[in-house]
Ligand binder design. Structure first.
Ligand code: PEP
Ligand code: MN
Length: 263
């Protein structure tokens, strides 16, 4: 079902007033995690003002350490709902547990499946039974074939609105947090009809590399980017070192405008 052989035209996923895929380019931005009402509303206003088209923010966070900040959970979802009301931006947020799919889907415009859950097949089937678009992040060490087969689980469960997200893979390189595989963009576009978003924040782990890799992603044909933005990155409870401040994000949007309008 994910294959272009089966479905030759590009899939365009609609959510609220946005389309992902086709001619549109989406700029999804916001903090790694919802940390407080003030932090999220400040971030949401700033990214909206700078030109983001969708808002991201995790209420449930898949942290490597059980002692790290785990997210505000249900309270975080309430804050995201308020931010959507206030800014009009559709919300992308992660769901980690099949038992919480209904709760997260009640607020999210797009359900995010994190890298660590790319092969959580029960979760893939559960989001496949909703009517919400699903942003499927590539697994930490997943091949393109494994990633497309994960998408297949969602499609096969009855949900045709799948968006792929390249977020870097684990390689021998340690300078960057992950190795952002931009060659995956033309590869999945060749193999599949699904839209592809690139996350240069997790893909590099380093703030100064986010803008150049965002530009490169769009030049490679990505349908959009997802970027972490925090009002005060030095105070972030997660992923501060890869988060842009609002001014840096505004500069990035100005840089990519010509690429977007040329495409
Ligand atoms: C995220 O986008 O918040 C996230 C946790 O990313 P990943 O699953 O790609 O590590
Ligand atoms: Mn993050």
């Amino acid at each position: 079902l994910a294959s272009r052989d089966f479905h030759p035209e590009d899939t365009v996923v609609e959510t609220g007033n946005r389309t992902i895929g086709g001619a549109a380019v989406q700029i999804i931005a916001g903090p790694c995690a919802v940390e407080s009402r003030d932090q999220l509303l400040e971030a949401a206003d700033a990214v909206r003002e700078a030109g983001a088209t969708m808002l991201r923010g995790g209420a449930y966070k898949p942290r490597s350490s059980p002692y790290s900040f785990q997210g505000l959970a249900a309270k975080g979802l309430e804050i995201l709902a308020e931010a959507r009301e206030r800014t009009g931006l559709p919300v992308v947020t992660e769901v980690m547990d099949q038992n919480l799919v209904e709760d997260v889907a009640a607020v999210a415009d797009v359900l995010q499946i994190g890298s660590r859950n790319m092969q959580n097949f029960a979760l893939l089937q559960a989001v496949g039974q909703t009517n919400k678009p699903v942003l499927l992040k590539r697994g930490l060490a997943a091949t393109i074939e494994e990633w497309l087969l994960a998408a297949e689980y969602i499609l096969n469960a009855g949900n045709s609105r799948v968006i792929l997200c390249e977020r870097g893979i684990r390689t021998f390189e340690t300078y960057t947090r992950n190795t952002l595989d931009l060659s995956a963009v033309p590869a999945v576009k060749h193999l599949s009809h699904l839209p592809v978003i690139v996350d240069p924040s997790h893909g590099t782990g380093r703030r100064f590399m986010v803008a150049p890799m965002a530009r490169a992603a769009l030049a490679a044909g990505a349908d959009g980017i997802m970027v972490e933005v925090h009002p005060r990155p030095q105070e972030a409870l997660s992923d501060g070192s890869q988060s842009l401040d609002p001014e840096q994000f505004a500069a990035l949007v100005r840089e990519i405008r010509p690429i977007i309008t040329a495409s």
